[in-house]
Design a protein around this ligand. Structure first.
Ligand code: SF4
Length: 556
């Protein structure tokens, strides 16, 4: 970090412009106005605009949105589809079997389909109109701790205009130290700042290890004559093909406005096969007859990828420390049983706002006061609905029919199941080593077919995500020991990073036979964090690139 940094003092700083922090900032401003408290609220976002890094399925349970804005439809909330009439299928390679009964937690009658990027942009506009200081294009790169590391003082944003060798360019602008009486971290899945907090304050030390899924998602425009646009079904969920029953995950297809659909596949990152490629699974999914019939004649408008932290209740960190609170996906708020997390994220942000108001009135931001937030979460519907799902993600990780025994037992015992808590293994530890005599030609047997319109290669997908980074900046992907990649990882797993990354950032180049070299294309990075999570040697650290870089999602 450079010396000549300005300090920008705020009362409350929100880090990340996801639904948790935007709902929290709006709720806080409204409560402060009601009480006549004049406070400066700031919100930073690493994307170039609010919404440009927001991607989700997304079916929204509007329970928290109604608490925030009972008149959300009249206010112009960008809802894509208000009628969620869903069907749930088990897929084999060529066939589909409709599941006749789905548990209540999977019902979506009260929900609506949204585009998370459009939704967060809408919330951001409201926040700005209310007088909240919104700073898009500013990446928080370092947490500012008190000298004794017992409390958090704010966040430092990254310098801009540093070249790839670490030298200042003519465009150099130093970052700013944003200090605040309380900082609210809502960075989303696998945040890089919350990792720093954990290193100093051990907020995850009593939690089970977090587990993740990677989602690849597209928005596809269908021909106007497509029967799906006028049919009765608006929402499809599937499991089975192409992942089978031993790999966690499944697919979704939701109807949107303007002849569009949202299509995606989520893949549990506890998969064991080092040759599995989530992006290729997504292409296979699109070619299943159920999906291919719906999307035929369509055109992909936008593509993206992200990870979801799905561990749930038992993976929750301590939610408050001196000077800071943790909300949304950063704090494991997603309910994997309901395949939803936007409503819980928003509610957590709103409860954080209520806690901050109490702290402002007492002028006390110590953990003793902020701990009220942990209790508010435990007393709210967030905790009760997630408590019933407390062993669900672990059950999904089980293989074959054992999985269904656990899920069934949990259903009848309100989440307790056959064992409580059910244990889980970190995603980086699940890959199985390849045999020593593994035949590398097996990697090449099945080449996907691309058409540039509906079936896209990874680089066309990156292009349609709008992803851009300045090329001349320090590489934001730290590979700690490339010797491991070029020898041990090649021998044991054939470099799974070249497959699990959905953006072709990692390539292993063999210039002369037996001489391999890892080449990185960091400017393709979609900020999904899969590489940091799944690398079997924990050899990759994702750091925040210069603010404003990354995807430019607008409709996913
Ligand atoms: Fe995701 Fe890592 Fe690839 Fe970036 S480099 S797109 S974070 S897997």
């Amino acid at each position: 970090m450079t010396e000549e940094r300005e300090e920008f003092p705020l009362d409350v700083l929100f880090v990340g412009a996801g639904p948790a922090n935007l709902a929290g900032a709006i709720h806080l401003k409204r409560l402060a106005d009601e009480k006549g408290l004049e406070i400066e609220i700031g919100l930073i976002e690493k994307g170039d605009q609010i919404g440009s890094h927001s991607l989700s399925g997304a079916i929204l349970d509007p329970i928290a949105l109604k608490e925030l804005f009972p008149d959300y439809l009249e206010r112009g909330c960008p809802v894509e589809e208000t009628q969620c009439r869903d069907r749930f299928y088990y897929l084999t390679q060529n066939r589909k079997f409709e599941v006749p009964f789905t548990p209540k937690y999977m019902h979506n009658e009260e929900c609506c389909v949204i585009s998370l990027s459009r939704f967060t942009r809408w919330l951001g506009e409201i926040a700005e109109e209310m007088g909240i200081n919104i700073f898009p294009g500013f990446a928080g790169t370092q947490v500012l701790f008190s000298e004794d590391n017992q409390s958090i003082l704010g966040v430092a944003t990254g310098d801009k205009g540093i070249d790839k060798n670490g030298n200042k360019k003519a465009t150099f602008e130093p970052g700013v130290n944003l200090t605040a009486r309380v900082t609210i971290f809502g960075e989303g899945s696998r945040g890089s700042l919350i990792r720093q907090v954990d290193e100093k304050m051990e907020i995850f030390s009593k939690a089970m290890p977090q587990v993740f899924e990677t989602a690849v998602k597209e928005v596809i425009e269908l021909p106007e004559t497509s029967p799906f646009l006028t049919g009765d079904t608006t929402v499809l969920h599937t499991f089975g093909y192409p992942l089978g029953l031993d790999t966690k995950g499944g697919g979704f297809l939701y109807r949107m406005k303007d002849n569009r659909i949202s299509l995606g596949l989520v893949v549990g990152l506890d998969y064991e096969d080092p040759l599995l490629e989530p992006y290729r699974m997504f292409l296979k999914y699109k070619r299943h007859p159920l999906i291919a019939d719906i999307i035929q004649g369509g055109k992909v408008l936008q593509q993206g990828a992200k990870t979801l932290s799905i561990g749930g209740y038992y993976t929750m960190p301590v939610l408050s420390v001196g000077g800071a609170l943790f909300v949304g996906d950063s704090a494991a708020m997603l309910n994997s049983q309901r395949l939803k997390g936007i409503h819980t994220a928003m509610k957590s942000g709103m409860l954080a706002a209520e806690t901050v108001i109490e702290a402002l009135e007492k002028d006390d931001f110590s953990q003793a006061t902020l701990r009220a937030y942990d209790q508010k979460v435990m007393d709210s519907w967030i905790a009760s609905e997630r408590y019933e799902a407390r062993n669900f993600s672990q059950a999904l990780s089980r293989k074959g029919v054992v999985k269904f025994m656990h899920i069934g037992a949990q259903y009848f015992t309100k989440g307790r199941g056959l064992k409580d808590p059910l244990d889980i293994v970190e995603d980086c530890a699940t890959l199985k080593k390849l045999p020593k005599d593994f035949d590398a030609s097996a990697l090449e047997t099945e080449k996907p077919e691309y058409d540039g319109t509906l079936y896209l290669d990874k680089l066309t997908g990156v292009y349609l995500s709008g992803t851009q980074h300045l090329e001349d900046q320090p590489c934001h992907l730290i590979v700690h020991n490339t010797d491991i990649c070029e020898t041990l990882c090649y021998e044991e797993y054939r470099n799974p990073c070249t497959r699990f990354c959905p953006a072709q950032v990692y390539e292993m180049v063999e210039e002369t036979p037996g001489e391999r070299r890892l080449v990185l294309n960091p400017s393709n990075c979609l900020h999904c964090k899969t590489c940091e999570i799944k690398d079997p040697y924990k050899n990759i650290t994702w750091t925040c690139p210069e603010g404003g870089g990354g995807p430019k999602y607008s409709i996913v």
